[in-house]
Structure formats: structure tokens, C-alpha cells
Ligand binder design. Structure first.
Ligand code: ADP
Ligand code: MG
Length: 473
């Protein structure tokens, strides 16, 4: 069976024709890893309950750190972000009782080459063979069973820690990502933080108690704040009741506060303005439909806000927004299994790829916005006498940032005088939008073996045995 996986910053899911249920009977597994000891790790809800008590042994939001060379130290041991993420993939894999031949994994449309490779590495450590990296907004559109007719859609994916906005065009049966935006620093957790602050300040003013100084009390506040936020998406007001949260004059203190939507709106004003601004940066009047994705898209004011910005556009939000991405990934997995009709996908490169010249300038080779698979060949020569190797520094230009993808070193069969070597370097994007580089010596007609150094993710050096040292629960 081919599975579809939504590996989220906050929550992860796995599906084929249906979403698989974990050992707790839930379709959603929090993307949280807790090291119980040196060879036992808990993933999901079990890890979530430890996150405030043992923050030194818990890893949250690992998706953000993939492909960036990030390492964590837990119990005096070093772990790469990709290794931590592999625990989550393995856990998802364990939920499924059937043999998994391969997987479709969703990734944010704006993920660069390193981040995409980071996802592949993590999945590969968990023993998953990835057949397709599917862009999340495209998966959401497939999940909603969007009518394949020519139109422009705006996908608002509001999760736990990120707000991803994508403008997409469906044209002649093809999904084209036109523009991406949003913020990787804005999500549901920010509303939880604001609510916790509100509770702390209210209790301080009312009863003179500072709950901020007690980590166990704070843990309780975070859990109850998130619940209250979720309540408010259904009801006008709700009670936050936490017995025995502190002591006052040697007596137990029970927290009991009521919060309503007006208070929530007024304390979240800054965040809501930010949301509006981010939407306007990506969207324009040409859109035909807006689709809601992600748990935080249930926030009670969001639909009103979007209606205010675009009064006459159709909003599609009738399915479970937390499940829509994995549903699309599961559908696409079934397409690859030949069980349902083909859906054509044509993705675009989110950020230009190129090389660094001797003066340190970025020379663009594959332009952002081109469709993949695709390839481009460039001729390089040597700049010094007696040179038998050439090093090509490959970069990806992500907004104002230059992402280093590694140094590709090619060795010639002989030493050339300055400007005599001629090598044709082929930059190609595979079906997952990943860069593959090959080279040919034009003087001899031989293909050259490349060596990659300085790369954030080097798929050739993945240690797949690592995960066997751990029991994953
Ligand atoms: P991600 O894609 O980042 O993994 P999800 O799409 O699963 O995340 O969204 C998780 C977020 O959704 C959490 O911050 C959670 O509090 C929030 N959330 C879930 N249900 C609701 C609701 N009814 N109202 C508001 N926020 C919600
Ligand atoms: Mg998500």
C-alpha cells in the first residue's frame, strides 16, 4: 500500500482511502517527541503530556528545523533534526497494520531544496520510500475534491505554529502554485500565549497571585487556554476552571474565570491585524474561491474577517480542516496505486537555483516559477593553470536569503591550462522538485563523478541503523 502523510509542525496524520487511527483512537498524532530514557521515545499525545514538565527532554516543532543542520542535545546525546523527525514518521508507520510500500508526503509549497531533502532523509531513516513530495496547498485542493475547472484559489492554511497562504491556479487540469506567503512565526500557539497572559494578569489584578513563577501552574494554564480558545469557536463564552492551582493565605486557590469572544478579540487585536495584512500581501481580486485548512482556521472570527476582505468570494470550509491535507495525500497515494483516476500535477520551483561565481555573485540557472521536472545545462571552465578539479557552489535564493545547497566538486582526467577545461553541468529538477546535478567533460566526452561537500543534507550518508536503537511508543 502507498500511504499519504501530513507531517505537520504541530500534528501529523497518515491515510490511504481513510485516515488511520492511532493507539488512542485518534486520527491526529501530535508531532512531539519525548525521550523517556536512552532508548525509549514517546511520540504524540504521550509526549505532549510531558512537554511542560520535562521541557529538556521534549522536542516540539521539529519540522521547522529540517534541512538547516540543526542539532539537539538530549541526555548528553546529539540528534539531528532529521533523526528526531524520523521518530514521528516511524510512529505513523507503526499505526498502519498493513505493509507500506511507499509514501506520499506533503510539504509546504515554499520549502527549499534543503528542507525537502530533510523531509526525505527523516522518512528514509524511518524506512519509508518517498514516491512524491506533494505541496500542502495542492493536497488540500485535492482533499476538498475541488472541481477541476479553470479558476484561481486562495488556500489559507492556519496551523499550530504557521500560517501558510497560497495562491493557486487550476488551468487545464493542472494545479499551479502562483504565489506563497504568510508567516512561519504565526499560528494557534500565539493565541494560546495571549490567553495565558490574560489569565495571569487577571489573576494578579484580582487576587494578587503570580502564576507566572510556577512552571506546573503554567503548564495547566497552557492546556486550559488552548481548550478555552477551542470552546470559543463554538460558544460565545466559556469558563476556565482549574482547582488547586496555587495557595492564597495558606489555603488552596481555585482559578475560576469567564472569557467571552469580545475579550478574546480585544486581546488578540494585534494578531488579527497581522493575519489581515498577510492575506492581502498574497491575495488579489482575481481569486474565485478561498479554501480553509488547518486547525486554527476554526478560530471563530476568521471567516468573518475573510468575508470582510473579500465580500463576494466563495469560502470552502465544510470539511474537517485538520484532516484535509492528509485526505488529499491519501487520494494522491491511491492515484499512484492506480485505484482512482489520474490527477495531473504540475508544480513550480518556489525559489531560484543557481551558482556562486568567483566574485561572489549569484548566477541564476533555474528560475523560480518554472515547472518541474525540468533541466538546464551550463558550461563551466577553469580559472587557473594546472587545474584538475572544479568546485561549483550551488545556492537557492529564498527571498533575501541565500541557502547553501552544497559544493559540487568535479575531477577531470587531466590537468588543464587556464580556460581550457570545458565541462557541461546539468541542473535538473526531479518530480519532487529536488535538484540533481550531473556533469560531462566536453573535451573528452566522459561523464564526471561529482562529490558533494558542505551540504546541509547529504542523502548518501544517511545512517538508517540509528533508529533501530530506539523503542518508539
Ligand atoms: P499543523 O498543520 O501546524 O500541524 P494543525 O492544522 O493540526 O497544525 O492545527 C493545530 C492548531 O489548531 C492548534 O494550535 C490548535 O489549538 C488549533 N485548533 C484546533 N481546533 C481549533 C478550534 N476549534 N478553534 C481554534 N483553534 C483550533
Ligand atoms: Mg498543517
Amino acid at each position: 500500500m502507498i500511504v499519504g502523510i501530513d507531517f505537520g509542525t504541530t500534528n501529523s496524520l497518515i491515510a490511504n482511502s481513510e485516515i488511520f487511527i492511532n493507539e488512542r483512537g485518534s486520527r491526529i498524532t501530535p508531532s512531539i517527541v519525548f525521550f523517556r530514557n536512552n532508548n525509549e521515545v514517546l511520540v504524540g499525545d504521550l509526549a505532549k503530556s510531558q512537554m511542560y514538565i520535562r521541557p529538556d527532554k521534549v522536542i516540539l516543532n521539529v519540522k521547522r528545523d529540517l534541512g538547516k543542520g540543526k542539532e539537539y542535545i538530549i541526555n548528553n546525546e546529539k540528534f539531528k533534526a532529521e533523526e528526531i523527525a524520523s521518530f514521528i514518521f516511524k510512529k505513523l508507520k507503526n499505526i498502519v497494520n498493513e505493509e507500506i510500500s511507499s509514501a506520499v508526503i506533503t510539504v509546504p509549497a515554499y520549502f527549499d531544496d534543503n528542507q525537502r531533502n530533510g523531509v526525505l532523509e527523516a522518512a528514509s531513516i524511518a524506512g519509508l520510500d518517498v514516491v512524491k513530495l506533494l505541496n500542502e496547498p495542492v493536497a488540500a485542493a485535492i482533499g476538498y475534491g475541488i472541481n477541476i475547472e479553470n479558476k484561481k484559489i486562495l488556500v489559507l492554511d492556519f496551523g499550530g505554529g504557521t500560517f501558510d497562504i497560497t495562491l493557486m491556479e487550476i488551468k487545464d487540469d493542472v494545479f499551479n502554485v502562483l504565489k506563497t506567503g504568510g508567516s512561519s512565526e504565526l499560528g494557534g500557539i500565539d493565541f494560546d500565549n495571549i490567553l495565558v497572559n490574560w489569565i495571569v494578569n487577571t489573576v494578579k489584578e484580582k487576587d494578587g497571585i503570580d502564576l507566572n513563577v510556577d512552571p506546573v501552574a503554567l503548564q495547566q494554564l497552557y492546556i486550559h487556554a488552548e481548550n478555552a480558545k477551542i470552546d470559543l469557536s463554538v460558544v460565545e463564552n466559556t469558563d476556565i476552571i482549574i482547582p488547586y492551582i496555587a495557595t492564597l493565605n495558606n489555603r488552596p486557590y481555585h482559578l475560576n474565570l469567564n472569557i467571552n469572544r469580545d475579550i478574546f478579540l480585544s486581546i488578540s487585536k494585534g494578531l488579527i491585524e497581522k493575519i489581515e495584512k498577510l492575506i492581502l500581501e498574497v491575495a488579489n481580486e482575481e481569486i474565485d474561491e478561498i479554501i480553509f485548512v488547518g486547525g486554527s482556521s476554526r478560530l471563530f472570527f476568521l471567516k468573518e474577517l475573510v468575508k470582510k476582505i473579500f465580500p463576494d468570494k466563495k469560502i470552502i470550509s465544510d470539511l474537517n480542516p485538520e484532516e484535509i491535507v492528509v485526505k488529499g495525500a491519501g487520494l494522491y497515494a491511491q492515484v499512484l496505486e492506480g485505484k482512482i483516476n489520474n490527477i495531473l500535477l504540475r508544480d513550480i520551483l518556489p525559489h531560484s537555483l543557481g551558482v556562486l561565481d568567483d566574485e561572489g555573485n549569484f548566477i541564476e540557472i533555474l528560475k523560480s516559477g518554472i515547472h518541474y521536472p525540468s533541466s538546464e545545462t551550463e558550461i563551466f571552465t577553469n580559472t587557473k593553470d594546472n587545474q584538475d578539479t572544479i568546485i561549483i557552489k550551488v545556492l537557492q535564493k529564498k527571498n533575501d536569503e541565500m541557502i547553501n545547497l552544497g559544493d559540487f566538486e568535479f575531477k577531470f582526467s587531466k590537468k588543464w591550462k587556464k580556460n581550457e577545461a570545458r565541462i557541461a553541468v546539468n541542473f535538473s529538477l526531479n518530480i519532487n522538485g529536488l535538484l540533481e546535478i550531473t556533469a560531462e567533460d566536453l573535451n573528452t566526452g566522459q561523464s564526471l563523478k561529482g562529490k558533494i561537500t558542505n551540504a546541509m543534507v547529504n542523502r548518501k550518508s544517511i545512517n538508517k541503523d540509528f533508529i533501530n536503537n530506539y523503542k518508539i511508543i
